[in-house]
Ligand binder design. Structure first.
Ligand code: HEC
Length: 142
C-alpha cells in the first residue's frame, strides 16, 4: 500500500485533472469537440429535411454541453500554433459571452424542436449556426 502522503497527493492530482482538462491534451481535446459539433450540425441539417426532431434534440444537447465546458478548454498559453486568436485571452469575458450565446442558441433549438415544426426548427438551427460563425470571426484566425 502506498504511503498516506503519496496517496493524498494522487487524490489531489486526480481532482485537479477532473476540474481542468490536462494542459498537454487540451488542444487536441477541443479540436475533437469542435469536429464533433461540425458533425452534429450536418446531422441536424439532414434531420430537418426528414422531420427527425429526436436527432436534432440529441445533437443540440451535445453542442450545449460542449458550449458550457468550452472556456475551460482554452487555458492561457494554449494558443500557440493553433487557429485560436490571441483575442481569446485579451478578451476572455467576450469569449465566454460568445460561448454562452452558443449555449443559449442550442437550448433554444431544443425548445423549438419540441414543437415539431420544421420551419421554426430550421430557423433555430440557422441561428445556432450563426453563433459558430460569430465566434470564429472574432476568435479564430483560419
Ligand atoms: C465561443 C467560440 C466558438 C464557438 C461558439 C464555436 N467555435 Fe469552432 N472554434 C473556435 C476556436 C477558437 C477554434 C480554434 C481552436 C484551436 O485551433 O485550438 C475553433 C475551431 C473549430 C474547428 C476546427 C477544429 C480543428 O480540427 O482544427 C471546427 C471544425 C469548428 N470550430 C466548428 C465549429 C462549429 C460547427 C461550431 C458551431 C456548432 C463552432 N465551431 C462554434 C471557437 C468557437
Amino acid at each position: 500500500m502506498a504511503s498516506p502522503k503519496i496517496f493524498a497527493t494522487s487524490i489531489a492530482m486526480a481532482l485537479l485533472a477532473a476540474a481542468l482538462p490536462a494542459a498537454a491534451g487540451v488542444v487536441e481535446d477541443r479540436k475533437a469537440n469542435f469536429k464533433a459539433s461540425n458533425l452534429s450540425m450536418r446531422m441536424m441539417g439532414a434531420a430537418i429535411g426528414a422531420d427527425d426532431f429526436d436527432t436534432i434534440t440529441t445533437e443540440a444537447a451535445k453542442i450545449a454541453a460542449w458550449a458550457e465546458a468550452m472556456p475551460d478548454y482554452f487555458p492561457e498559453g494554449s494558443g500557440a500554433g493553433t487557429s485560436a486568436r490571441a483575442e481569446i485571452w485579451t478578451d476572455f469575458a467576450g469569449f465566454k459571452d460568445a460561448a454562452e450565446a452558443h449555449y443559449n442558441a442550442a437550448q433554444d433549438l431544443i425548445t423549438v424542436a419540441a414543437k415539431k415544426d420544421s420551419a421554426s426548427t430550421g430557423d433555430a438551427l440557422k441561428a445556432l449556426g450563426a453563433t459558430c460563425k460569430a465566434c470564429h470571426q472574432k476568435f479564430k484566425s483560419w
